[in-house]
Design a protein around this ligand. Structure first.
Ligand code: KG4
Ligand code: ZN
Length: 372
């Protein structure tokens, strides 16, 4: 770690953030004022949906190649959109993990090249910390808060007590919620990416039509399990046979309602744990791609009201993967003097809470997928 650079302005820092851990190549310029205000000067996301759609899921090699093709132009465009020049930047931040290793390496290497050529600090960011701090891009969201991180690779409940200060209260023991949406949508041939496609289908369905299992519901801890639900939904789909679209819509709505119920049940326990160790006022943040789901958002809103938590959710454009959340964590770390050397490594696995992960390796590393 290097010291805080002395050349940065006394009022604010300007950071370029690069994100490439899965199937979005993203770059953004963020200004973070020392008084806490944040301005997103540009945020560009190049989605790879088209190239992965024929396979019904993200193909790591194809993703890495697509990141390589886009990374240079998207970073240049992010600066152009922000109306700044390279020499205005105070630091460059890039996702260093967890994620698909080829993609992470592509973004991180690009950031290293920029840091060397511009002679500015480099900061390797934990992608999950990007999601965790994402609400701070657009609104006042002071520490501490309870976080539900619910994405394609992760489902975790964490107490967020500061930059880099996380305590895990619960996590999935198998699949992530987003992954369950994606796989279920694939089984039902709803298209890719699965989450939004399934939500659209569910709009026309009856969420009480098909009874599905709610794993861990009623258990006193805050862990999740989704693999049984995925299998049960696949079986229910087989039983539908060649039934009409309404049957499919009912199954989609029932599945979505089940995920929502499970998320709320587990979050209720985490709220009890959080309020036992923190003072009011209580804040609850939901972040990650699945936070874009309308049914889940409104169920969490009701849960917050019942438990006297204030719900804080990033706008939809910052729920999924984006460069702004990476730039923001970079700026926060730069202001704390936490920069990295050029030897910072790309990591396929990188738990947010190293301490509790090491104490409890069985569940500590989140899940078995590519983004664990
Ligand atoms: O945070 P994200 O963009 O990438 C990861 O870090 O994983 O999350 C992507 C995940 C995918 O599984 C996608 O299907 C899911 O978020 N997702 C949704 C919705 N929009 C995205 N799941 C349910 N409903 C949605 N509307
Ligand atoms: Zn993500």
């Amino acid at each position: 770690m290097l010291d805080t650079p002395t050349h940065i302005s006394d009022k604010s820092v300007l950071v370029l953030g690069i994100e490439s851990s899965c199937d979005e190549t993203a770059a953004s310029v963020v200004r973070r004022y020392k008084d806490g205000r944040v301005e997103v000067l540009s945020s560009l996301v190049a989605s790879q949906n088209e190239v992965h759609a024929p396979y019904g899921g993200v193909v790591p090699e194809i993703a890495a190649r697509a990141h390589m093709q886009k990374i240079e132009s998207i970073t240049a465009s992010a600066l152009k959109d922000a109306k700044i020049t390279w020499s205005d930047l105070d630091a460059v931040a890039a996702t260093a993990g967890p994620g698909l290793i080829g993609g992470v390496m592509t973004g991180l290497m690009a950031a290293k090249g920029l840091a060397v050529s511009l002679n500015i600090p480099l900061i390797g960011i934990n992608h999950l910390e990007g999601h965790a701090l994402s609400p701070r891009l657009t609104q006042d969201c002071p520490f501490p808060y309870l976080l539900l991180l619910v994405s394609g690779g992760h489902t975790q409940l964490l107490s967020v007590d500061g930059v880099g200060d996380f305590t895990r209260l619960g996590s999935t023991v198998d699949d992530a919620a987003g992954e369950t949406f994606d796989k279920t949508a694939k089984i039902m041939s709803l298209g890719f990416p699965g989450g939004p496609a399934l939500e659209r289908m569910a709009e026309f369905g009856n969420s009480k039509a098909i009874k599905l299992p709610r794993p861990f519901k009623g258990k006193p801890h805050a862990d999740f399990s989704f693999s049984g639900l995925k299998t049960a939904t696949a079986r229910a789909f087989d039983k539908l046979g060649n039934s009409c679209e309404q049957g499919k819509a009912d199954l989609a709505a029932s599945f979505q309602q089940t995920v929502s119920d499970v998320l709320c049940d587990r979050t209720q326990n985490a709220m009890n744990m959080f309020s036992a160790t923190h003072d009011a006022p209580y804040r609850f943040v939901v972040a990650g791609g699945v936070a874009a789901n309308g049914v889940i958002r409104s169920a969490l809103e009701n849960l917050c009201q019942d438990n006297h938590f204030t719900l804080i959710a990033p706008p939809l454009k910052y729920c999924g993967d984006n460069g702004a959340m990476i730039a923001l964590v970079g700026a926060e770390r730069l202001l704390l003097g936490q920069t990295d050397g050029l030897d910072v490594k790309a990591r396929p696995r990188w738990p947010l809470d190293m301490g509790s992960a090491q104490n409890n390796p069985a569940s500590g590393f989140g899940k078995k997928g590519p983004k664990s």
